[in-house]
Design a protein around this ligand. Sequence first.
Ligand SMILES: NC(=O)c1ccc[n+]([C@@H]2O[C@H](COP(=O)([O-])OP(=O)(O)OC[C@H]3O[C@@H](n4cnc5c(N)ncnc54)[C@H](OP(=O)(O)O)[C@@H]3O)[C@@H](O)[C@H]2O)c1
Length: 319
Amino acid sequence: MQENSYCSRLEAVSRDHETIPERLAVVTGGNRGIGLEVCRHLAVQGVTVILTARNENRGKDAVESLGHGSNLSNIIFHQLDILDNDSVSSLAQHIETRYGKLDILVNNAGVGGVEVDQDGLRALNIDPNTWLSGKAANLLEHVVVQTYDGAVKCVDTNYYGCKWVTEALLPLLKQSTSGARIVNTSSLRSELKRMPNEKLRDELRNVDLWDENRMEAMLDEFLEDLKHGRLEERGWPTMLPAYSMSKMVVNLYTRILAKRHPGMRINCVHPGFVKTEINWNTGVIPPEEGARGAVKLALLPDDGPTGCYFDQTDLGVAW
Ligand SMILES: NC(=O)c1ccc[n+]([C@@H]2O[C@H](COP(=O)([O-])OP(=O)(O)OC[C@H]3O[C@@H](n4cnc5c(N)ncnc54)[C@H](OP(=O)(O)O)[C@@H]3O)[C@@H](O)[C@H]2O)c1
C-alpha cells in the first residue's frame, strides 16, 4: 500500500516535470484577428499557449486551424469570456491545478463599442491618414453611432475585462519561472494628445495621481456625460469616445501595475492599423504584422522596459 502511494507520487512528480512548460502564455480573444496571430507567433517561439475565446466552437476551430495550417501542437484551448466572473475564475483554477504558474498574459480581447452603417462607411472612402489623425470625426458622424449601451460595453470589455483577468491571474504570474510579462493591447486612440480637456490631460500624464478607484470614478463621469450629450462641452474625446477613454485607462492601468510589480515587465502596445473586424476591415496591415509588437513585449528579456507604451515594435509616446 505504502509502496503504491510512493510510486504514484513519483509518477505525479515526473509527469509534472515533463508537462509543465518552460514558458506558458494566456492570450485573450485568441480566436481571430491580432490575438490569433499572437498565439501563432508565441507558439512558433516555443511558448505553450492557452488560446482563449468566449465562444467554445470559435476557439476550438482557431486552435485546429493553427494545428493544421502551422503544424503547432503547443496551443491549447480554454474558454474565457473576460466579462464573466465564473469563466475568469475557472481559467485561473485550471492553470493553478494543471501548471501552478503562468509566465505571459496578453490582454488582447477588445471591442469598438459603436454601431456602424458599413455601406455608408465604405461609401465615404476615408483614407488611412484621415482615420489615424482623428480628423474623421465629422465625416463619421452619420455612419458611426456611439450609443450609451455601446459605450458601457466598450469600457467594460476593454478596461474592466482586462483588469479582472489580470487580477485573477496575477497570483499565478507571481509564480512564473521565466519572468512574468503582461501585455495590454492599447490603441493610437489612447494617446493623450487626443484628449481635449487640458487639465485632465495633464493629470493623466502623472501616474502618481491615479489608482483604480480614481480611474473608475473618471470613467463613471465620462459615461454620465456621454449619456447626457455633454462630451464636447466637458472636453472628452468625440471620435470613438468610449473606445478612446477605455484605451487611455488601459495605458494608465498598465503604468500602475508596472509600478506595483517592478519585478515583472508590464507594457501596453498599439498594434498598428490592422485589417480586422474591429475596424470593419478598414485597417492597412495584416494581423500577422499587427501581432509583432505584442509578441516582442511578451518575450522581453529581464532587463527590458516596463510601464511603457509601444507603437507596434517601437517605444511610442502616448502620455
Ligand atoms: N485592428 C486594429 O487596427 C487595432 C488598432 C488598435 C488596437 N486594436 C486592439 O487590438 C485588440 C484585438 O483586436 P482585433 O483588431 O484583432 O479585433 P477583432 O478581430 O475584432 O478581435 C477581437 C477579439 O476580442 C474578442 N472579445 C471581445 N469581447 C470579448 C469578451 N467579452 N471575452 C473574450 N473575448 C472577447 C473577440 O471574440 P469574438 O470572436 O467572440 O467576438 C475577438 O476574438 C483589441 O484590444 C483592439 O482594441 C486593434
